[in-house]
Design a protein around this ligand. Structure first.
Ligand code: SF4
Length: 235
C-alpha cells in the first residue's frame, strides 16, 4: 500500500473519531489491567458486566488478593474461561503487591511476567497508561489490517510489526483503537459494511460487499403485499 493511502486512511478514521478509546470500563491503571486481562476470548460487554459488580467491592491489588480465587469467581462467572482467569487475577494481584509495590509496572517484561498477561494486554497497558505508541493486535485489527492492505501478515506478530513500521507517527498512538473499533462495528468478520465504509475507496480488499440491489418488480410486489397485510392487521 502506498504511504499516501495509509495516511489518508488514518486521517479519515481520526476525523470520524478524534479521541478513540477502549470500551472497557475502568477508573485506574489497575482496573484497566484487570479488565483487559479478563477480556481475552470474551466480549467487552460481558467484562463490563462483571467489573461493574467486582470493582465496587475490590479494585486494588490488595483487595483483589484478599478475595482469593474462590471469592473472585462469583463476580466473573459470566466471563469466558473464568476458572483460569480467577486464578490468574489473584496471582496477578499478588505479584503486583510483592514485586511492584502495588503499582502496575510500566515495562513490557514485567507486564508479560504477570499471570494471564500476554503481549496484547501488555501493549494496551503500555499504550493507554504509559503513553507508548504500541499497537496491540487483536482479532479485529488482524482482520482489518489484512483486508485493507495496511499490514498484511499471517500472524498477529507479523501484522503488529507491519503496523509499527508503516503507520505514520502522528497516528501510531491511537491506531489500535481506530482499527479495533472499525473492525468491531464496520469491517466485521462475516459481513463487512463496505458500501457505507468511510475508507472504501482506499481499502484494497478485493471481495468488498456490494450495496443491496433495489427490489425488482417481484420484490416490489412482495413489499406491497407485506405493507397491505400490515395495514389490515392494524385496522
Ligand atoms: S471497504 Fe469493506 S473490507 Fe475494506 S475496510 Fe471497509 S468494510 Fe472493511
Amino acid at each position: 500500500m502506498h504511504a499516501a493511502t495509509r495516511t489518508a486512511i488514518f486521517r479519515r478514521l481520526k476525523a470520524a473519531n478524534p479521541t478513540p478509546t477502549t470500551e472497557l470500563l475502568h477508573d485506574s491503571p489497575f482496573e484497566l489491567l484487570v479488565a483487559v486481562m479478563l477480556s481475552a476470548h470474551t466480549t467487552d460487554k460481558s467484562v463490563n458486566a462483571a467489573t461493574r459488580t467486582l470493582f465496587p467491592v475490590a479494585n486494588t491489588p490488595a483487595a483483589i488478593a484478599a478475595l482469593g480465587v474462590e471469592g473472585v469467581k462469583p463476580y466473573i462467572r459470566n466471563v469466558g474461561l473464568y476458572n483460569t482467569k480467577a486464578k490468574n487475577l489473584i496471582g496477578l494481584a499478588q505479584q503486583i503487591l510483592t514485586l511492584h509495590g502495588g503499582a502496575v509496572p510500566g515495562n513490557r517484561e514485567a507486564l508479560e511476567a504477570l499471570p494471564g498477561v500476554g503481549r496484547k494486554t501488555a501493549s494496551i497497558i503500555l499504550n493507554m497508561v504509559f503513553g507508548e505508541a504500541e499497537i496491540a493486535v487483536d482479532t479485529h485489527i488482524f482482520r482489518v489490517a489484512n483486508r485493507t492492505g495496511l499490514a498484511p501478515g499471517r500472524t498477529p506478530l507479523e501484522v503488529e510489526a507491519g503496523l509499527q513500521a508503516n503507520t505514520p507517527a502522528a497516528y501510531r498512538k491511537d491506531a489500535h483503537h481506530w482499527l479495533l473499533l472499525h473492525g468491531r462495528y464496520v469491517c466485521t468478520a462475516r459481513s463487512p459494511a463496505c458500501p457505507t465504509c468511510i475508507i472504501r475507496d482506499l481499502c484494497e480488499y478485493p471481495d468488498k460487499t456490494q450495496p443491496k440491489a433495489p427490489p425488482g418488480r417481484r420484490g416490489k410486489l412482495a413489499q406491497a403485499i407485506r405493507r397491505g397485510g400490515r395495514k389490515r392487521a392494524r385496522a
